[in-house]
Design a protein around this ligand. Sequence first.
Ligand code: F6P
Length: 331
Amino acid sequence: MNSTTEPRLKRIAVFTSGGDAPGMNACIRAVVRTALYNGLEVYGIRRGYTGMIRGDIVKLESQSVSNIVQRGGTILKSARSDEFRTAEGRKKAYEQLQTFGIEGLVAIGGNGTFTGAEIFYNEYGLPTVGAPGTIDNDLYGTDYTIGFDTAVNTALEAVDKIRDTADSHDRIFFIEVMGRDSGYIAIQSGIGGGAELVMVPEVASSIEEVIETLKGNFSRSKTSSIIIVAEGDEEGGAQEVAHKVKEYVPYADIKVTNLGHIQRGGSPTASDRILGSRLGNAAVEGLLAGRKNVMAGLINNEVVYTPFRDTLIKQKPIHPDLLRLAEILST
Ligand code: F6P
């Protein structure tokens, strides 16, 4: 990157978009403080692309981000904007940013956020660096996304509690965890919570396999089981899977729990606070170094910048060792 040919940035803006994730606040704080440390002015755009279109943009100072590193959610709020999908919406957004004199953007979010950011960059050329904020951990270009670790720990706490009641009543629980297209939360909470089976979208699941597992468990006098189902599994969510299985094991006492949005909230774990802080800092330093149209991620504990395009089209498959481990440990 040749800093001599790049005019120095004076004013940047940060926003959070898509599903919120614990650690986004730590990331916002790092963006603001790194920007101020480097003599930049920094603005916050409220409610993601929706706020960009409306000009809901506020100046942030060091104190604006005090006392937020430990808080879940996002102080900038978040939204999924249909209007930004239109050329007209993006034009309005660009005009608003021009009014505020914004010369660079930090986009904190997941694949929807980066899809929008890439199109916007290609149309208007405003330098944008992303930070991966999503509980799904489904972005190529970073080992972990901000919010994933907290979500897994939240799911795990719930799995442990359900295990107690499942055991007391000799019941089979199907527990649905989030992950629209991704089984990361499912596999990690399955291994950590000792699930008898984990169903993820990345691997073809079969109802026969679930039935065999349960019958095998019954024959070994194992009277309670936990089956974790990622919401995006091809056999359907936990409710649907449980319904399909029930007719083959009518004697089983089956219950379903959908953990839902509790996985998105709560105080971020140490890992998510540190990851959010590092990537917020890296996003601003990336902008200052002239990077654009890329996401800052952490791979093997090193900051890596990956083009938005690659974060969107390249796959980040679940490591086969994890899938194997889940299977071995559940026998
Ligand atoms: O992308 C994060 C995520 O929590 C997914 O796991 C889930 O499918 C989706 O967001 C839910 O989105 P919403 O809160 O808009 O219903």
